[in-house]
Design a protein around this ligand. Structure first.
Ligand code: UD1
Ligand code: MG
Length: 407
């Protein structure tokens, strides 16, 4: 059932109105429940501050996530309710199933993120759970769209043809996308406002992309994506109000997983996962840069966020210290090479016996501090968010002029 443009416009306007109300609800609810969360043991210490005794309520993504779901449940009546008023038009069961399973997957991730905050899950669960949460979505994808073909880039077409059906691989790719989106946001974190801020910038980039594509032949899936992302941005803005420097609330893994899954959902159902990944450029870089620590080739402390230097009230790169013997020879060579290229700070022959060495914790946040020198926390967050905006600009450049050359 093709939707009329006017219908889309009306329901998007209602979506925006409900979203703004939702943002207001988040802003009002967080201070009201902060005490309750702290009493339940859900709090963290702000590690980049002089005073580390204050309890900052954690898992506030639960508030923005719950408000988000309420907005979506209320909004559902708008695009689908008209079919009860005008029963002559057939009810769009397929689209309805897509909406519901999208919310189911998002809701699952919110729940699992909260479980992680409370129970501190092991890494393997962090990888398995998003895969499972994406299953209902993949099932609906299979039933409704089922397209597992990818467009072959122009230079390869003489051998492979216009499109290539990759079948099952496509489903594996989609569930890995859910794992990647959730974890990539979660490990690009640790300074006030960054978790929430990056999600807002990525969300806004998706909105711009959807608006551009709304005139195209896939209008309906971009409209669907807008309906899901706009309330997400609004509820996250409410959360950002408390999470920005100096943080009065932490978002928790509840939020990072919820945000990642929301992006994965629109990427999958909207069939524009490559574009969504382009909006994740800083996260992809941060992930690749983190690989030696994530896979424990280099020791990885519990927290990799920058170190606070009280004297100058600024953040400096944090380091991991270990014995040279602890890491494999080839990796030592890689670290030396990266140090020469200016990508890491690597110091050897430390300690009394000269056997110790140290490397900065391999995160984009620390790399930024190496390049720019010590920064104040709020200005570091602003710069990293600016980088996110600039890389979205680059993403649009790759998506349009460049991609047109290859596809
Ligand atoms: C991920 C990162 C970890 C980073 C942490 C910070 C990896 C593999 N894991 O772990 O290195 O230290 O996120 O969120 O890269 N916190 C602050 N200021 C902030 C945000 C968080 O001090 O602006 C601290 C608080 O103590 C808070 C805690 O980080 O309680 C939350 O950490 P959590 O989200 O549980 O860490 P992970 O996601 O496991
Ligand atoms: Mg986290």
């Amino acid at each position: 059932v093709a939707l009329q443009h006017s219908e889309m416009l009306v329901s998007l306007c209602i979506n925006i109105v409900v979203s703004v109300a939702g943002a207001g609800a988040v802003v009002r609810t967080i201070p009201a429940v902060s005490e309750m969360f702290i009493n339940a043991g859900l709090f963290g210490r702000d590690l980049c501050k002089q005073d580390r005794t204050t309890k900052v309520p954690e898992s506030m993504g639960m508030v923005s996530g719950s408000v988000y779901l309420i907005i979506m449940f209320l909004f559902l009546g708008v695009p689908f309710g008209q079919h009860f008023i005008q029963p002559s038009t057939p009810f769009p069961h397929a689209a309805f199933a897509e909406y519901l399973t999208s919310l189911l997957s998002i809701c699952c991730m919110l729940f699992l993120g909260f479980a992680d905050d409370v129970l501190n899950l092991k890494w393997r669960y962090k990888l398995v759970l998003p895969t499972l949460a994406s299953l209902p979505l993949l099932m609906v994808y299979y039933i409704n769209l089922g397209s597992t073909t990818v467009v072959v880039p122009k230079p390869l077409r003489q051998w492979m043809g216009m499109t290539l059906n990759i079948g099952l691989l496509y489903y594996i790719y989609m569930s890995m996308l859910a794992v990647f989106c959730t974890n990539a946001i979660n490990i690009y974190a640790g300074i006030n406002g960054l978790e929430c801020g990056q999600a807002i910038v990525i969300g806004a980039s998706i909105v711009v992309f959807n608006l551009v594509e709304l005139g195209g032949y896939q209008a309906e899936s971009h409209y669907f994506s807008l309906c899901i992302i706009i309330p997400f941005i609004a509820s996250s803005l409410g959360l950002f109000y408390y999470n920005r420097y100096p943080a009065r609330a932490f978002v928790g893994d509840t939020f990072t997983y919820f945000a990642g899954m929301t992006f994965a959902v629109v990427a999958i159902i909207g069939h524009f996962s490559k574009t969504v990944l382009l909006f994740f450029l800083p996260q992809i870089f941060n992930f690749l840069y983190s690989v030696p620590q994530l896979f424990h080739f280099v020791p990885c402390p519990r927290h990799r966020l920058p170190t606070y230097n009280q004297r100058i009230d600024k953040l400096e790169p944090s380091v991991a210290k270990f014995k040279v013997k602890e890491i494999k020879k080839p990796l030592l060579i890689v670290l030396r090479l990266l140090a020469n290229l200016g990508f890491v700070n690597f110091e050897e022959s430390l300690g009394e016996d000269g056997e110790m060495c140290q490397v900065n914790n391999l995160t984009l946040i620390n790399l930024m501090l190496i390049k720019l020198g010590p920064q104040h926390e709020s200005s570091l967050t602003n710069k990293l968010l600016m980088l996110q905006v600039l890389s979205s600009g680059l993403a649009f450049f790759i998506r349009y002029p460049l991609a047109d050359m290859f596809f």
